[in-house]
Design a protein. Structure first.
Length: 99
């Protein structure tokens, strides 16, 4: 599934959706992304770790992910997120769906 968010409102909705899904699995003190940045011209690529844990069951994930961002006049005009193992990500979410 591909979702598109546009403008300031879209960026805000994307952030809200991400937090609604992941905050319960990522306490703020455990949100260590281990980012690696590569920049060229108007693009920045970031490789990071997507970590989450169900504190009740102990089930967790620690998967590589990447984001690619394009800038114009210092503002992000395009942002794309890529997960390296979608199947593991979806399995974790399905196993830990709230009632």
């Amino acid at each position: 599934m591909r979702l598109e968010y546009r403008g300031h409102e879209g960026a805000f909705r994307h952030g809200q959706g991400f937090r609604a899904t992941w905050d319960r699995f990522q306490p703020s003190n455990a949100r260590v992304l281990e980012p690696r940045f590569v920049a060229q011209d108007d693009c920045v690529a970031v490789q990071w770790r997507h970590k989450a844990e169900n504190r009740e069951t102990g089930e967790g994930i620690d998967l590589p992910a990447a984001g690619v961002y394009r800038f114009v006049d210092g503002m992000v005009v395009d942002s794309r997120m890529f997960h390296f193992d979608i199947a593991a990500l979806l399995k974790f979410l399905n196993n830990n769906a709230s009632g």
